[in-house]
Design a protein around this ligand. Structure first.
Ligand code: ZN
Ligand code: ZN
Ligand code: ZN
Length: 125
């Protein structure tokens, strides 16, 4: 959390209340969340400032972004990782990304997205 605040200051971003609230929420909850749901959770700010904050963090590469059913979901990108999501209840776990894309000499800005789905132990009881 402090590291993230430092990083924002480092790149010349002002620490505003919506930015702090988004940082705080995402550093405590790891499940990927959409801008809409995040806005519902931290209520205090208008939706536009939550969206702007997420866009800014995305540009700064602070966030891991994946698109599921046409909705962008965000979580912190402490390290390259993927998620496995329970199809029935939405329970989510994180798994380390071991993909190595260092071999594409003809591409820059290589981006990949992978979401695993399954049925969690709770739901398959
Ligand atoms: Zn994540
Ligand atoms: Zn489940
Ligand atoms: Zn990967």
């Amino acid at each position: 959390m402090n590291k993230l605040v430092e990083k924002l200051i480092e790149v010349g971003c002002k620490i505003t209340n919506p930015r702090l609230a988004v940082l705080k929420y995402l550093s405590v909850h790891h499940s990927p969340i959409s801008a809409r749901d995040l806005h519902k959770k931290i209520k205090a700010f208008d939706r536009a400032s939550v969206y702007r904050t997420l866009n800014l963090f995305e540009e700064l590469h602070l966030l891991n972004v994946e698109v599921i059913e046409k909705e962008k979901l965000y979580c912190f990108a402490e390290e390259p990782h993927h998620h496995i999501i329970c199809k029935k209840c939405g329970y989510t776990e994180k798994t380390k990304c071991n993909h190595d894309f260092g071999t594409f000499k003809n591409f820059n800005d290589v981006y990949h997205q992978l979401t695993l789905t399954g049925v969690c132990n709770n739901c398959s009881k």
